[in-house]
Write a protein that binds this ligand. Sequence first.
Ligand code: GRF
Length: 217
Amino acid sequence: MSERDPLALAFFVGTKGRGSNLFAVHEAIQTGRLAARVAAVIGTRTDAPAIQRAEEAGLPVRIVDPKRLEGGEGAYEATLLATLRETGAATIVLAGFLRRLPSGVVRAFRHRILNIHPALLPAFGGKGMYGIYVHQAVLEHGCKVSGCTVHFADETYDTGPIIAQRAVPVEEGDTPEDLAARILPCEHTLLVEALQLIAADRITVEGRVVHIAPEVR
Ligand code: GRF
């Protein structure tokens, strides 16, 4: 993989995702704040809002729907690996993608897959903890602070090494939607910052700890 451009990004988006994280990164690239390129936007359905927005913006979209592939998980894994190879993608960003990536993809892209999660992991993560359910759980628990986490994805949901986190206050009377709306702009900033760290080659991983080298000016 070393011959690939490390900041050739493949975004995996979900069927309901708006693509706001994708477009925050796209804008950072276009305004020169992030030295990267969107090599592929990968989804399972053409009618997903994020896929439609990506197409309208002229981004390279690929649809890989495991339900339409014969050969189960093995075929899904092989098709994803071939798609990633063809597009030249070297870093994967999961932004609202709710499926677990096949283990062969995780192995081939170890510490090259980022996930953005709308809470402070390891709290409020895991299977079923996505979207509004996360914020509901945070409020039901009575937390005074929530936030967002960018981490490397591993074989299970929301457990990989943490790259960056940002805290966001929970306010009296918040609905899950209020909290989601307060956290979302922080997700956008944090994801761009994490990719800037990768672009600047400042990240190393030791066990489950991500070390960040000081900025060289
Ligand atoms: C974000 O809240 C992210 O944390 C979660 O899925 C959502 C995706 O939103 N993993 P968007 O499609 O990027 O707007």
